[in-house]
Each structure stands twice: as structure tokens, then as C-alpha cells.
Design a protein around this ligand. Structure first.
Ligand code: UDP
Length: 259
């Protein structure tokens, strides 16, 4: 069966919808979105997103309306299992950007890279062009999520007419920015990708594959970016909330069986 015909049910994790997609299925959905042409929003959800959404109503609404919420974060796969469902694999922004670029080199999709520190998007574009010959990167610009800059940035993007816009302003800024300007931008696929350009451009190192395989990327981040500790407190809080929720579900299940 072609990947775009799979439709596994989405999983709800502490109120946030997470779509059950693999990388292949993501590429197939992106192809569908580009063919349809209407603006679509893709979010790369991790436990920090879920905890932010609990107290940030605007962010919660944006995730709810997003066309795809990807499981970027091994904690979500664990949470899904605890809650009795399954997500097929982790789908990260940092890995999706090069995969989309590779596919774009074959299909002709036009890509625009927005965000990160000045020069980083341009460096990322150079790296992707050298890796995936023929890929059309029609714009690379740091910009800023500040409202005053929006008209100029939107102008640049509209003029470049990308099929896919990657936005690297970190969460929740990037996702709120996309939602706010989605209609004006009119890009078929707009995806928040966090630190993806930093990883590709080598500005910040990503955990080695073996650390990722041990599901310890969060620990690597904590050690290499200790200033994130406050944000990473979201992880134990997330785990605790999931465990409580799964216990409630279990008790409700055994109550029903006894009744
Ligand atoms: N960033 C930016 N403008 C801002 C805030 C952040 O361009 O006002 C960029 C920052 O340079 C980095 C990315 O957004 O490239 C955020 O990366 P992070 O790993 O913090 O993302 P998250 O963990 O939120 O996905």
C-alpha cells in the first residue's frame, strides 16, 4: 500500500493531538499538500510543547488546528505506549528538513528557510544544495518573529513562491508565527523546525546517533546546553503527568471490568 493510504488514528497525549506518521508518510502528505495548494501547518511536537500547551491557550489552539502534529521527541512515543496506543517512529524537524530537501531535488519543490541566527539559514541552504544537487532553495533569511518585521518577511516569501517554508524560531514562537501569517503567506506547507538549521549548519551539535538510539538525546541536550535546564524541567513534569493519566485510565478500565 502506498504510504499515503495508511491512516492510523492520531494519539492524544495530555490533550495534544499527535499524528501517527513515519518519515515516508510525512513525505507523502507533503506531496499531497503541495498538490492541493491550500496553506497547511505542520508542527514538530515534543514533551516541552505539550507542557507549554497546558498553560498557553493560544499555542494549544494552534496545535489543535495544525494539519499535522509530528512526534518529535522520544517522550511522546513512550507516553503513547503508556496510554495504550502506538506511534510508529520519532519524526524530527532536524531529520525531516534534509529528507524533504532530498525529495525536493527530485520533484522540484521550492524551499524557503526562515529563522535561526543571522547567516545560519544561508549556511544551511549551502549545505543542502551541495548534498542534494538541483534542490531549489528559493530563500534563506534569519528574519525575526517580531510583529514589526512580519510585513517585510511575508513580502520576501510571497515573492519567492516556495512550496515548503521551514520556520526555525523555536517553540512556541515559530508555530504562533506560522498560524498568525498563514493566510497572508499562502505557502502549501509551513513547518516549525526548532533548532534544525543549527544542527544542519553545525552551529550546535546534535547528539550522536548511538545516544539518540539509547533515547538519551534529552540528556545530551541538558549537558551541552545547560542553560536550557529550566525548559527541560518540562520533561519530568511531563513524565509524571503521563504516569498519573495512565493510572487513571487503568483504574477506570478495571472498574468497568468489575461492574
Ligand atoms: N530563534 C530565532 N529567533 C528567535 C528565537 C529563536 O531565530 O527570536 C532560533 C534560534 O536561533 C534557534 C531556534 O530558533 O535556531 C530555536 O532552537 P531550539 O533548539 O531552542 O528550538 P526548540 O527546542 O524550541 O525546538
Amino acid at each position: 500500500m502506498p504510504p499515503n493510504l495508511h491512516h492510523r488514528p492520531a494519539v492524544r497525549i495530555l490533550g495534544v493531538r499527535v499524528d501517527a506518521l513515519s518519515y515516508d508518510e510525512l513525505l507523502a502528505r507533503i506531496a499531497d499538500f503541495i498538490a492541493a495548494g491550500a496553506p497547511r501547518q505542520v508542527a514538530t511536537v515534543n514533551p516541552e510543547f505539550v507542557m507549554e500547551a497546558r498553560h498557553n491557550a493560544e499555542f494549544r489552539a494552534v496545535l489543535e488546528r495544525a494539519d499535522l502534529c509530528l512526534a518529535d521527541g522520544v517522550g511522546l512515543l513512550w507516553a503513547a505506549r503508556r496510554l495504550g496506543s502506538r506511534l510508529p517512529e520519532r519524526v524530527t524537524g532536524s531529520d525531516a528538513v534534509p529528507l524533504v530537501a532530498e525529495r525536493a531535488a527530485q520533484t522540484g519543490w521550492r524551499l524557503f528557510l526562515l529563522g535561526a541566527a543571522p547567516g545560519v539559514a544561508e549556511r544551511t541552504a549551502g549545505i543542502l544544495r551541495s548534498r542534494y544537487g538541483g534542490v531549489q532553495i528559493v530563500g534563506a533569511y534569519a528574519g525575526s518573529p517580531a510583529d514589526v518585521e512580519a510585513p517585510e518577511i511575508i513580502g520576501r516569501i510571497r515573492q519567492a513562491r516556495p512550496d515548503v517554508l521551514f520556520v526555525a524560531y523555536g517553540a512556541p514562537k515559530q508555530d504562533l508565527w506560522i498560524a498568525r501569517h498563514s493566510a497572508a503567506l499562502g505557502v502549501p506547507v509551513m513547518m516549525g523546525v526548532g533548532g534544525a538549521f543549527d544542527h544542519i549548519a553545525g552551529v550546535r551539535s546534535r547528539a550522536p546517533r548511538w545516544v539518540q538510539r539509547l533515547n538519551l538525546e534529552w540528556l545530551y541536550r541538558l549537558i551541552t546546553q545547560p542553560w536550557r535546564w529550566r525548559r527541560q524541567l518540562a520533561l519530568p513534569r511531563f513524565a509524571w503527568a503521563v504516569l498519573q493519566m495512565s493510572n487513571v485510565k487503568r483504574e477506570a478500565g478495571s472498574g468497568k471490568r468489575q461492574a
